[in-house]
Design a protein around this ligand. Structure first.
Ligand SMILES: [Zn+2]
Length: 224
């Protein structure tokens, strides 16, 4: 998420850390369009949970305002193209997000689900869902934000209930995104190559370059 360069405003409380505690986090507004959302987790509920970046060290919330959530829903391929978010529904979305993250973390750490988070996700999933229509153009989905949240909760439940679903936290230090690894042999290490894999590889390359330059400096050529 190197694109995060938008204005930061003070903190929002009540976000779950990777240790399960409450965090106060920085907000990043997307009003100038500088925040790029990532859809790399393999599931919309996990992608929603991933809208708090770097929960361990320097958590940043890329959903600072209802307009950010509207844009996030529009950009997610598995949800309706257009919804309107009022403040109350926006708060519900953030609550669903934190509950989903907590349950996904429980799965990754192989421990029982947090009861309060289960209640939030289950209650949200019980609501009306978006309607779908088939045409030559493909599938068209429509519904309001409450229906969208219900859809997200249901897809989260489906993955969290699947004993064969391989959920992992990204391997890049600092990235706390939890993703669904569908690769053969579950060998995926990063949430996404652009987001994390290439950054780790580039850093490793630079470290190797530095090490070999230092070693050359100490070699025969460096001493003559
Ligand atoms: Zn990552």
């Amino acid at each position: 998420m190197s694109q995060i360069s938008a204005m930061r405003s003070p903190v929002r409380a009540g976000v779950t850390s990777s240790a399960g505690d409450d965090l106060a986090i920085s907000l990043v507004t997307g009003q100038d369009g500088n925040v790029d959302f990532a859809f790399v987790s393999g599931n919309p509920a996990l992608d929603l949970a991933g809208t708090v970046v770097s929960r361990r060290d320097e958590p940043i919330d890329v959903l600072a305002a209802p307009a950010d959530l509207e844009r996030w829903v529009a950009e997610c391929d598995e949800l309706p193209d257009r919804v309107t978010a009022d403040f109350a529904t926006f708060e519900s979305a953030l609550s669903l997000r934190e509950a989903t993250y907590r349950l996904a973390l429980d799965r990754v750490l192989d421990r029982p689900f947090d009861p309060g988070s289960l209640e939030i996700v289950n209650d949200t999933a019980a609501g009306p869902v978006p309607t779908i229509k088939l045409s030559d153009a493909g599938l068209h989905m429509s519904g309001d934000l409450l229906a969208v949240l219900s859809q997200i909760a249901r897809s989260g439940i489906a993955v969290l209930a699947d004993p064969h679903a391989c959920l992992k936290e990204c391997g890049r230090t600092g990235c706390t995104r939890i993703y669904l690894d569908r690769s053969r042999g579950a060998r995926r290490t990063w949430c996404g190559m652009d987001e994390c894999g290439n950054r780790v590889k580039a850093a490793a390359y630079r470290a190797r370059r530095r090490a070999s330059t230092t070693a050359e400096g100490r070699g025969p050529e460096g001493t003559t």
